[in-house]
Design a protein around this ligand. Structure first.
Ligand code: CA
Ligand code: CA
Ligand code: CA
Ligand code: CA
Length: 300
């Protein structure tokens, strides 16, 4: 299988055309001005907390073919600590996502969409365990992808994005207390994407971004403007990724503070693609696991 990858910066910027996906937020030029004005004027990135055992390192959750949920605690340097197994029954969930600390107690949480289409919040206890879970309204089975994207609108609270079966993308801003503010609709056309990734701040402007893989295996970076909108254009950050069977967004997994991706290939190896912090990659990818084909879902 092919895992070729090209650097977005070298293949250039591809403007959004044809899909009608995105619209104007802050222009690229104003974002540059904002950035050059100095770090003090740029809002600090609110990092999505996906650290379930409170050692400050990014962790990964997965569901195996038997339906058991597992925690794979990251080592903070691209490796792992001993995994922790939980209950069975997680194969009934149609979506699994890591929103960060969604209810405001400083501990990382987990969300899912259950078989009846209800969104659930599992509140983490900060010690590899869970406190309580609650259910939101139904209808989430109309969503074909639900992802944690960090604080996309810049209010300090973790948000999620969802793609409806109609192809429309939605932002569901969190209220910081385990609930939602009014959702915001973006464009249609997102059904052309075979994967959506809440990749974190991949280009280094401190604002969380979204990555998406299209039907040809190209991976595009859609840059957030920090206030719930988008910077103009999109950037190609990968190609020939169509054969990858899982795309996981731990944000920084290598420990250098820059957003990375974990990807699973057909043989079941897990590879770490290290972001370079400016919208490209530090190659080559590093294998960080094998045998991951025993997992039906892998999230971070
Ligand atoms: Ca929490
Ligand atoms: Ca927010
Ligand atoms: Ca960004
Ligand atoms: Ca990194």
């Amino acid at each position: 299988m092919r895992r070729r990858l090209r650097l977005g910066g070298r293949t250039g910027l591809a403007l959004v055309a044809g899909f009608g996906l995105l619209f104007a937020g802050t222009s690229v030029s104003s974002a540059v001005q904002e950035k050059s004005a100095g770090a003090a004027t740029v809002a600090a990135l609110v990092v999505k907390n996906n650290d379930f055992n409170s050692d400050t390192h990014s962790d990964v959750l997965s569901v195996d073919t038997a339906g058991r949920l597992w925690l794979y605690p990251g080592s903070g340097a691209g490796g792992w600590q001993s995994r922790v197994g939980y209950s069975l029954g997680w194969d009934a969930m149609t979506q699994l996502l890591v929103p960060g600390d969604f209810d405001g107690d400083a501990h990382a949480d987990l969300m899912s969409v259950d078989a009846d289409g209800y969104l659930r919040l599992y509140s983490g206890d900060g010690h590899s365990g869970w406190q309580v879970w609650k259910r939101f309204g139904g209808g989430w089975n109309a969503m074909t992808a639900v992802r944690g994207v960090g604080d996309f609108n810049g209010d300090g609270f973790m948000d999620i994005m969802a793609r409806q079966s109609t192809g429309q993308l939605w932002l569901y801003p969190g209220n910081g207390k385990g609930g939602f503010l009014t959702r915001v609709g973006y464009g249609y056309g997102w059904n052309a994407m075979t994967a959506l990734m809440g990749i974190g701040d991949f280009d280094g402007d401190t604002f969380p971004d979204l990555a998406a893989r299209d039907g040809d295996g190209a991976v595009w970076l859609y840059r957030g403007n920090g206030t719930g909108g988008w910077l103009a254009g999109r950037t190609l950050i990968g190609s020939s990724w169509q054969n990858l069977t899982a795309l996981v967004t731990p944000w920084d997994f290598s420990g250098d503070g820059k957003a990375d991706l974990l990807v699973r290939n057909v043989p079941g190896a897990l590879l770490m693609y290290r972001g370079n912090g400016t919208g490209g990659w530090t190659l080559p990818p590093v294998q960080v696991g094998s045998g991951w084909n025993g997992m039906t879902k892998i999230v971070s």
